[in-house]
Design a binder for this molecule. Structure first.
Ligand SMILES: Cc1cc2nc3c(=O)[nH]c(=O)nc-3n(C[C@H](O)[C@H](O)[C@H](O)COP(=O)(O)OP(=O)(O)OC[C@H]3O[C@@H](n4cnc5c(N)ncnc54)[C@H](O)[C@@H]3O)c2cc1C
Length: 506
């Protein structure tokens, strides 16, 4: 490739599509958006239920795994990450939450308070039009019976609430950041797929372009924006010589800037769940439901309805794990489908599933390179339950989730808990359940945290510390994860990046 541009944006994911589009729309200069994966032109990307097949896809998932997790019996967890236009936002469940207003205020960073970020959310929502899901399963609708005073409005992390969530779907189809911002691409923006970036190229300490896997180099006259996500961006930065000195030297990478915290502060929402099973409850594989499954493709194609229009997660609950009269500290996702707990992909029966995840986890892990070879997967230590208070919150959350699931007016669709089962009652038995089954909500953040102190890898103007002409715009810059799902906040970071970089380069 021999293209050049004013800006090169690396990664056409949730944040990258919007950062690139906003730079172009604001006429900050020409923009080249490079994506390692293919396009998102696949019916399985657009159809909400398609994510069941997209996850672990050879072509469209990076298929990362964590390091063995010390507090999960040494298990490795899947770290699913979208590898295509739209990024993880093309593989996700499309649950739409901005987060809590004080998530942003608590970052305590100029330009990132709730008042600063709300207009960016407004602008994104004007394009993506997230709405309460239509056609949710009656089980999911029944969640509104929990805190009935809120009616049928979607729940919010601001207070205890339950029900059908809002999703960035329109007429039963995914509407990702790519759909909303780069289709069609604004003037001045060029998207190129199938181009995996190895590292950033510098002249003195000024970023002047990138090197692709394979060795070609592309020039950026004004600078480079890393939007490769919480796993990809710190990896590229370290291969470019910006990271912890000892780690880089051990791998034979020339040090450009010693930045101890690159890759540190990795965290995610830890979660564990309860399975319910019983005849006539949720979607599942039973003789009575076979006609429903046989009709599903036609129902979807003709009317964009039915079980293939479901993103599997349809709703949930925000609550305080210990029942205190305080803000919710856990989020539950409700899936009105029979999910097997026996380790098989397809299981017989009808049922539903609800998990509980810690909204503001305290545990921190770290991401490290294992090699300077750009195609070697990094070591992803999620650090789950390094802080034991996260585990205790989940134990309390599972106990209260059980009570809440009995309180919901599911009517004749109510099913008994099948796994781990009501015999698993004591705190220690629930800790064992979490150790054996716990996972994450696929919300890794924080590996290039923004901060005003000199140790933070990225400034509050999204500029990588120690060099010039290099910015980061994706979930990696969150100093602390927001209290709910992270797609909308990642997009907001992309939008703010467009504003900030255009201003700073004017
Ligand atoms: C299975 C799953 C379900 C989820 N469900 C939800 C949900 O329902 N609601 C919600 O709010 N959040 C959800 N999330 C999380 C949400 O999707 C992410 O937080 C968000 O997409 C992160 O955005 P990002 O821009 O930081 O990274 P991404 O969207 O992952 O974008 C990074 C992009 O960079 C590309 N890239 C990486 N490395 C390179 C390289 N070297 N060269 C070129 N390109 C590169 C990637 O291929 C990708 O396209 C889910 C995530 C997953 C995986």
């Amino acid at each position: 490739m021999t293209m050049t541009a004013d800006f090169i944006v690396v990664g056409a994911g949730s944040a990258g599509c919007i950062a690139a589009a906003e730079l172009a729309r604001r006429e900050a200069g020409s923009v080249l958006l490079l994506e390692a994966g293919p396009t998102d032109n696949s019916p399985l990307v657009k159809m909400p239920f398609g994510l069941v097949w997209m996850m672990r896809s050879q072509r469209r998932d990076w298929r990362y795994q964590s390091t063995p997790q010390k507090h999960l019996g040494g298990r490795r967890l899947n770290v699913t990450r979208g590898r295509m236009v739209g990024g993880s936002g093309s593989i996700n469940s499309m649950v739409w939450f901005r987060g809590r207003t004080d998530d942003f205020d608590n970052w305590q960073l100029p330009g990132w308070s709730w008042g600063d970020v709300a207009p960016a959310f407004d602008a994104i929502e004007a394009r993506l039009t997230p709405r309460r899901m239509k056609g949710a399963h009656p089980l999911t609708e029944a969640l509104h019976s929990l805190f009935a005073e809120h009616g049928t409005t979607p729940p919010t992390p601001e207070h205890e609430s339950a029900g059908v969530f809002a999703f960035n779907m329109v007429d039963g189809r995914r509407r990702s950041a790519a759909d909303g911002f780069i289709k069609p691409a604004p003037a001045g923006l060029t998207l190129v797929t199938g181009q995996e970036v190895d590292q950033v190229m510098f002249e003195s300490d000024v970023a002047r372009g990138i090197r692709l896997v394979g060795g070609s180099e592309l020039r950026a006259h004004k600078g480079v924006v890393l939007s490769a996500g919480a796993i990809g961006s710190p990896s590229i930065l370290m291969r470019s010589g910006i990271g912890p000195r000892a780690d880089l030297e051990a791998l034979g990478i020339d040090l450009r800037h010693d930045a101890e915290e690159v890759g540190a502060n990795l965290h995610d929402h830890p979660a564990a769940g309860l399975h319910f099973a019983g005849p006539g409850s949720g979607y599942g594989l039973t003789p009575a439901q076979m006609p429903g499954w046989a009709l599903a493709p036609f129902q979807y194609l003709m009317a964009r309805k039915g079980r293939f229009a479901s993103p599997t997660v349809e709703g949930g609950v925000f609550f305080n794990a210990r029942g205190l009269n305080e803000a919710p500290d856990v989020q539950s996702h409700f899936i009105p489908f029979m999910l097997g707990w026996q380790g098989k992909r397809y299981v017989y029966g009808s049922g539903y599933f609800a998990d509980v995840g810690v909204c503001r986890p305290k545990s921190r892990g770290a991401l490290r390179l294992t090699s300077k070879d750009p195609q070697a997967a990094p070591a992803i230590d999620l650090g789950l339950f390094n802080d034991s208070s996260d585990l205790e919150t989940l134990v309390a959350g599972l106990k209260r989730l059980r009570v809440l699931m009995e309180e919901v007016d599911f009517g004749p669709r109510h099913a008994p808990e099948a796994f781990p089962g009501v015999a698993v009652q004591s705190d220690s038995a629930l800790r064992d359940h979490i150790r054996d089954r716990g996972a994450t909500a696929y919300h890794p953040v924080g590996t290039l945290r923004m901060g005003d102190g000199s140790n933070a890898p990225v400034t509050s103007r999204l500029s990588a510390r120690g060099v010039q002409g290099l910015w980061v715009a994706d979930a990696s810059v969150m100093p602390a994860v927001t209290s709910a799902n992270t797609n909308a906040p990642s997009m907001m970071i992309g939008y703010r990046a467009g504003e900030i970089i255009a201003e700073d380069c004017a």
